[in-house]
Design a binder for this molecule. Structure first.
Ligand code: ADP
Length: 624
């Protein structure tokens, strides 16, 4: 670059998504315009925390003795407000990356919500913090002066009026950090008046863990909310802190604030969000619990601090036992971090268990949005799976539709002689209630859990048992439920049953049938297909199909057919074998398909249609 080029402002276009956000921010009405101050102060505070961390390991930092603070000043004659910090600053590339494209997940969520609702409205905008770009709600133009902490970096000025482009040009003798000069629009000049801005800053200042100066006056005495005593903090303060520190845009559903001194000194403030962005299609969440040592930020998303399945948590963990200069690379392996992980995970599980007891309604909200994380925990975290089991919630044959129960409650209702916990999986409750599997359990007064998500099968397989009771799929073949107490109707004689079973096996040869037997399970249905393969269950198969592993369908599992020797149709079928072999064959094929359909194993029911017509023809008066 020649000396001449260096002074020319470089003009860049904003990324399309940024332009979209800016357009909405600038042109939509907005009732809480003052949040731009919170967003910028929060960014400044982050920048200072990051610098503090850099200073622990980097010897060569630009202006190492600069005081770490945030300075806000107003000039009502010029109509400007300036927010400056001595944090880590930005290089030219970082300016392009961070202020020209969207980094903030809240901003992405904001755009998505607008798309879904078909336009922006005031409420919607109020729910989201759109980070730095919120400044354009009030700004005519913004000049972001900066010098990175890197000694070789240049002084720069990023400028934009919030329309399609921004410029970057060299600036003169900037101090380390950022200095954002906001020229306010005529109608928003109130943000250049000292009283107005001071009142706003005072609202947030108590969450800012660095000194905050306003027009030369110090506003806060530095404090970190997580180090304060619970009794001194109001719920509103917790909620504000959540938005400020965690850059959250929803309300927290619940939080836990605790300290421990054994085996480690810990002060933690962890939040449970209301919204699950992962479920709304924003991709995998990143851990958002930052790690501090005596208020100094060590890492804002440390790996290994919490198990992966707790990645939905937000908040702060502070441990005075951590060495300050721990590097991010060694952190994951550090025994200390593993210890922290253990303590925190245990606490979180305990907290959720208590929450369910204390406020079932809030827990249910949590469960509705975050159940998949708990289930992921059961499947992936062998250490905690048993502790997680009491957190699971399912419908069951004794609950009303939509109402949930726990494994513990199930156990309380169990008959003394019942040795196992039964469950069935299907995409919905109706399928289970109308299917042939439940009747055997109902007739015997046994409760069955209804598992309505594909992942649940995995969960049960991994859990294996609950309080020494085995978890058993109710459509499994090798269950002995004993004689049903009110077996109605006369059973076909044993010899006939045996020959009928053999005939069925033969007639249905070529299909995936492992065996045909008479069973004691059925009450109202003539036949049921039981899972012969404990792993390739119907729901496992659905899940694999959903994951797109199709091909020649190698996973059609073979089944055990169990017939009901008391059922009228089975009696009829037995006599039809001699009387009308053709019709008997049709019926045999049809009851097999019906059994598969009920099992969720019939992929193509179309082939049934012709057969059903033939059977109907018979029923309507036989062949012509
Ligand atoms: P977020 O802060 O949630 O990432 P923003 O849109 O507010 O989203 O900011 C985008 C990025 O710009 C930040 O992640 C940060 O890297 C950078 N940035 C913003 N303000 C500052 C600042 N005062 N000092 C250094 N970097 C900043």
């Amino acid at each position: 670059m020649s000396a001449n080029d260096a002074v020319k402002p470089e003009t860049h276009s904003f990324q399309a998504e940024v332009r979209q956000v800016l357009d909405i921010v600038v042109h939509s009405l907005y009732k809480d315009r003052d949040i731009f101050i919170r967003e910028l102060v929060s960014n400044a505070s982050d920048a200072l925390e990051k610098l503090r961390h850099i200073q622990l390991t980097e010897k060569n930092v630009f202006e190492p003795d600069e005081t770490l603070e945030i300075k806000v000043s107003t000039d009502d004659t010029a109509g400007t407000i300036t927010i400056a910090d001595s944090g880590l600053g930005m290089t030219r590339e970082e300016l392009v990356q961070n202020l020209g494209t969207i980094a903030h997940s809240g901003t992405k969520a904001f755009l998505q919500a607008i798309k879904e609702q078909g336009g922006a409205n005031e409420n919607l905008i109020g729910q989201f913090g759109v980070g730095f770009f919120s400044v354009f709600m009030v700004a005519e133009s913004v000049s972001f002066y900066t010098h990175s902490w890197r000694p070789e970096a240049e002084s720069l000025c990023w400028t934009s009026d919030g329309s399609g482009t921004y410029t970057i040009e060299p600036a003169e003798n900037e101090h380390r950090g950022a200095r954002i000069v906001i020229k306010l629009k005529e109608e928003h000049k109130e943000f250049a008046t000292a009283d107005r801005v001071k009142a706003i800053l005072e609202r947030y200042s108590k969450y800012v863990p660095v000194p905050l100066m306003f027009n030369g006056e110090k506003l806060n005495t530095v404090q970190a909310l997580w180090l304060k005593s619970k009794n001194d903090i109001k719920p509103e303060e917790y909620k504000e802190f959540y938005k400020f520190q965690c850059h959250a845009w929803d309300e927290p559903l619940d939080w836990m604030h605790f300290s421990a001194d054994a085996p480690l000194l810990i002060n933690a403030l962890l939040y449970f969000p209301s919204d699950n962005m992962e479920r709304s299609g924003f991709g995998r969440m990143e851990a958002q619990v930052s790690l501090h040592c005596r208020k100094v930020l060590i890492d804002d998303s440390p790996k290994g601090l919490l198990p992966d399945w707790l990645r939905f948590l937000k908040g702060v963990v502070d441990s005075a036992d951590l060495p300050l200069n721990i590097s991010r690379e060694t952190m994951q392996d550090s025994a200390l971090v593993q210890k922290l992980n253990k303590v925190l995970t245990k606490r979180v599980i305990k907290h959720l268990e208590d929450l369910a007891k204390r406020d079932a309604e809030v827990y249910e909200k949590f469960w509705k949005n975050f159940s998949l994380f708990i289930k992921e925990g059961v499947v992936t975290d062998a250490t905690h799976k048993d502790a997680l089991a009491p957190l699971l919630r399912y419908e069951s044959s004794t609950t009303e539709p939509g109402k949930l129960t726990t494994l513990t409650e199930y156990m309380d209702r169990m008959k003394p002689e019942q040795k196992e916990i039964y469950y069935l999986t299907a995409p919905n409750r109706e399928t289970l209630e109308s299917g042939p599997y439940l009747e055997a359990f109902k007739a015997r007064g046994l409760e069955v859990l209804f598992l309505l998500e594909p992942a649940d099968d995995f969960v049960m397989n991994h859990l294996g048992e609950f309080k020494e009771k085995k978890l058993v799929a109710a459509d499994q073949a090798d269950l002995d439920l004993g004689e049903a107490p009110d077996s109605a109707g006369e059973a076909l004689p044993e010899k006939r049953v045996k020959s009928l079973c053999e005939w069925l096996k033969e007639t249905l040869s070529g299909r995936k049938i492992e065996s045909v037997e008479a069973g004691k399970r059925l009450v109202d249905s003539p036949v049921v297909a039981l899972n012969a393969d404990k792993f390739m269950t119907a729901s496992m198969r659905r899940m694999m199909q959903a994951m797109g592993r199709d091909g020649a369908d190698p996973m059609t599992p073979s089944v055990k057919l169990e017939i009901n020797p008391r059922h009228a149709l089975i009696h009829k079928l037995d006599s039809l074998r001699d009387g009308d072999p053709d019709l008997a064959k049709l019926i045999a094929e049809q009851i097999y398909d019906n059994a598969l359909l009920a099992a969720g194993l019939l992929d193509n029911p179309r082939s049934m249609t012709q057969r059903i017509y033939k059977i109907l023809e018979n029923a309507a008066g036989g062949k012509r």
